[in-house]
Write a protein that binds this ligand. Structure first.
Ligand code: NAD
Ligand code: UGA
Length: 331
């Protein structure tokens, strides 16, 4: 395993729009698509010439043949020209993160996750794009009894973020259900994705950073929260498979099968670095659920996909990436 992807399939699209291509998942996806011979237009409101995180995320895309980057906000830009001849849209653009969504940034969540998505679906319909794959979230399930979440379960989003992600996926599905809409939609419910270039607000990044630098780690709650951590290359492979999945429209869980606790992540980080993380205990945050766990059956049957990378292996790759000079400059 490495930071280069091996997701090549015979069914890779010919031409794709990747929204959110300066972000964590979008930049990996764009890179993997290019490896399979897909022509990619990437669009993101963050400008890699001004935004250090976007620059680091996009470094591997720079100058690759077949890639064109547009810095634009999907809430206001002309979308139709980006869709000429597109076989598929991968819609990764959005405002992520559970905890900040309670604050004044909520309007940003609504703008990017709901209003911009509505514009994108309108454009996809006008431009007759056959498929859209949208990044939904495990957070739409809300609190569970600890057992696996099945796509048909009643969603109970527990944070403003999760409400916008549920609205986003349902909005796309509602468009797709119209008789005059030529775009079929696959909504992927990703479960806590980690790996190289993970967003710095996320737990795995923070645990590795704490273990590598000796800075304290703030732990919200007792660390017994469990996540179905999903390695980035696995998430990308599932996403590319969704472009050619032989169903018309639907929702699919993308979970890494880890079912590990935050304390497990801390122990792995300690083991990988040979240092003991200093923990600062803090209160559980509103909207955080105790457990996320994906029922994997639909991903296997619809996408022909199952995760390959276990948590210690994936965290080792993430730690290795954090030692690279580009990351250290951005930190
Ligand atoms: P990220 O913040 O790294 O990437 C999102 C990108 O979208 C950013 O570069 C941002 O600038 C761009 N963007 C936001 N609003 C935009 C707009 N209006 N116009 C153009 N660009 C815009 O986040 P990520 O972790 O890569 O997540 C990508 C998607 O996957 C998000 O929709 C997120 O909700 C979803 N998701 C992520 C995870 C995860 O664990 N990372 C899990 C479930 C779902
Ligand atoms: C993650 C992403 O951040 C969301 O964008 C995504 O939608 C979601 O996964 C998903 O699976 O759908 P989350 O599971 O909250 O959300 O992942 P982290 O941000 O890595 O947090 C995991 C746990 O660590 C939470 O319980 C959080 O409270 C805790 N945490 C996080 C800490 O204890 N300390 C920190 O500094 C950060």
């Amino acid at each position: 395993m490495s930071d280069t992807h091996s997701a090549a399939t015979a069914s890779s699209p010919r031409r794709a729009l990747v929204t959110g291509s300066a972000g964590f998942i979008g930049s990996h996806l764009a890179h993997a698509l290019l490896q399979t011979g897909t022509t990619v237009i990437g669009v993101d409101r963050r400008d890699p010439a001004r935004d250090q995180t976007a620059a680091v995320n996009m470094a591997a895309l720079h100058g690759l043949p077949g890639y064109m980057h547009i810095t634009a906000d999907l809430l206001t830009c002309a979308i139709d020209p980006l869709l000429i001849d597109a076989d598929v849209i991968f819609h990764l653009a959005g405002i992520p993160g559970v905890r900040p969504s309670w604050g004044p940034q909520f309007s940003e969540y609504v703008n990017s996750n709901i209003l911009a998505t509505q514009r994108l679906m309108d454009a996809a319909t006008r431009m007759h794009v056959p498929r859209l794959v949208v990044a939904s979230s495990s957070s739409v399930y809300g609190p569970t009894s600890g057992g696996p979440s099945v796509e048909g379960d009643h969603p109970r989003p527990a944070s403003p973020y999760a409400v916008t992600k549920l609205a986003e996926e349902q909005l796309c599905l509602a468009h797709a259900s119209r008789a005059d809409c030529p775009t079929s939609v696959i909504a992927l419910r990703y479960f806590t994705v980690y790996g190289p270039r993970q967003r710095p607000d996320m737990f795995t990044h923070r645990a590795l950073h704490a273990a590598m630098t000796g800075e304290p780690l703030r732990l919200y709650g007792d660390g017994h929260q469990r996540r179905d951590f999903t390695y980035i290359d696995d998430a990308v492979a599932a996403t590319i498979s969704a472009a050619g999945a032989p169903i018309d429209t639907g929702i699919v869980n993308v979970g890494g099968g880890a079912n590990a606790s935050l304390l497990d992540v801390i122990n792995i980080a300690n083991h990988l670095t040979g240092r003991e993380i200093q923990i600062h205990g803090d209160n559980v945050r509103n909207g955080d659920v105790l457990t996320t766990r994906a029922d994997p059956r639909r991903a296997q049957s619809v996408l022909g996909w199952q995760p390959k990378v276990d948590l210690p292996t994936g965290m080792r790759a993430q730690m290795h990436a954090l030692t690279q000079p580009a990351y250290r400059r951005a930190a």
